[in-house]
Design a protein around this ligand. Structure first.
Ligand code: G
Ligand code: MN
Length: 343
């Protein structure tokens, strides 16, 4: 690149709204790399890694795995549920709350359960995942109906789960930046929770960072929820628009590092650097860090070995499960922990 360096290219790609991933091939010192990653975020460019020439097949593979995890968030339109199918599912009461725990890396105790929407059709084994119906709901403008139904069902489970698991359990609820835009949505959620006897300090609102949070309405809702005592979590961190500076100024209580940075972290210097700098910021700002998408033992072991205690979530620990199955999982988990402690 005779007229441009890597930094200028990153900026240019951002200006051109390039939506793929970018890899820097030239080993840079860690601090420079960290700055480049932050710069890339400011320019809305998705930096996937940094490798030195000549790179190994393993290094290339780990970048491709990350790229795959990143691109898998974009669902092909032919897989989307049709508007009619979604309306039928809502009318037939097929929106079902699933739960996935986040555990403490040091104590192994469950600190919160994330509420996840699924559509379960009678007679079908596999639940339909939200990436197939949330875009349809947004297109129809009915995502709030979905969210309210889901929270209403979860509220009736939560008191039981809380009693069963640790009595200091938190419920994590996903909201989109679009829903944050709408003051009515937050008010309605508050009402559903109050009616069911769930207090703000028992709830974490997870907001995906795939789209920018920037309008005054969104920031107002964010601040209002925080002032009411809700935990606020920045979901899928690393895939979207928030840079480290915004992390310092917005009232987050938790940051969830996107699974594309967790996959193969043990072998991946770039992911380690991103995670380390986030842990630094988190400690300074006193927020919780979650490593999401833990699928393999060596990923879990990596986080158990670092000195800071963080939260872990992923298929290896527990896949998202309906209410009765999550109780069963918990009993099994307690047994496993007791066995570890005995040995
Ligand atoms: O954006 P958010 O982090 O809220 O998305 C949660 C989704 O991620 C859930 O629908 C869940 O099925 C999925 N998920 C949870 N744990 C894992 C994991 O370990 N690996 C993968 N690939 N997906 C996961
Ligand atoms: Mn989430």
């Amino acid at each position: 690149m005779p007229d441009m360096d890597g930094m200028a290219l990153i900026r240019q790609l951002g200006e051109n709204r390039y939506s793929g991933g970018v890899v820097i091939i030239s080993e840079m010192e860690e601090r420079v790399m960290s700055l480049a990653a932050d710069l890339a975020k400011q320019h809305h460019t998705h930096l996937m890694g940094n490798v030195a020439k000549p790179f190994s097949v393993e290094q290339l593979e780990s970048i491709l795995v990350r790229l795959q995890a990143f691109l898998s968030k974009k669902t092909a339109t032919q897989d989307l549920l049709s508007e009619q199918a979604l309306i039928n599912a809502i009318e037939s009461n097929q929106i079902v709350p699933y739960y996935q725990p986040k555990i403490n890396s040091k104590t192994n105790q469950v600190s919160s359960v994330e509420l996840l929407a699924r559509i379960v059709k009678p007679g079908e084994v596999d639940a339909i995942l939200p990436e197939r119906f949330i875009p349809t709901a947004e297109h129809l403008g009915i995502e709030n109906i979905l969210t309210f139904q889901l929270i209403e069902k979860a509220a009736s489970h939560f008191t039981q789960l809380n009693y069963f698991m640790n009595s200091d359990l938190k419920l994590a609820i996903n909201l989109s930046p679009r829903q944050m835009q709408d003051c009515f949505c937050a008010q309605q959620i508050e009402t559903i929770l109050v009616v069911n006897g769930i207090s703000a300090d028992q709830v974490i609102i997870e907001i995906t960072e795939q789209y920018a949070l920037r309008t005054t309405e969104q920031l107002e809702t964010l601040n209002r929820l925080r002032m009411l005592g809700y935990g606020i979590s920045l979901d899928d961190f690393g895939t979207g628009f928030t840079n480290l500076n915004q992390l310092r100024t917005l009232p987050f209580t938790e940051i969830k590092i996107d699974r594309s940075f967790i996959t193969h972290i043990k072998q991946d210097k770039f992911s380690q650097m991103i995670v380390n700098s986030l842990i630094d910021v988190a400690q300074y700002e006193d927020v919780d860090i979650v490593a999401e998408g833990i699928e393999y033992f060596d990923e879990m072991a990596y986080f158990q070995r670092i000195k800071e205690s963080i939260l872990l979530q992923g298929f290896l620990i527990c896949k998202p499960k309906p209410y009765s199955d999550i109780k069963r999982w918990y009993m099994q988990w307690q047994k496993t922990l007791a066995n570890i402690n005995d040995n």
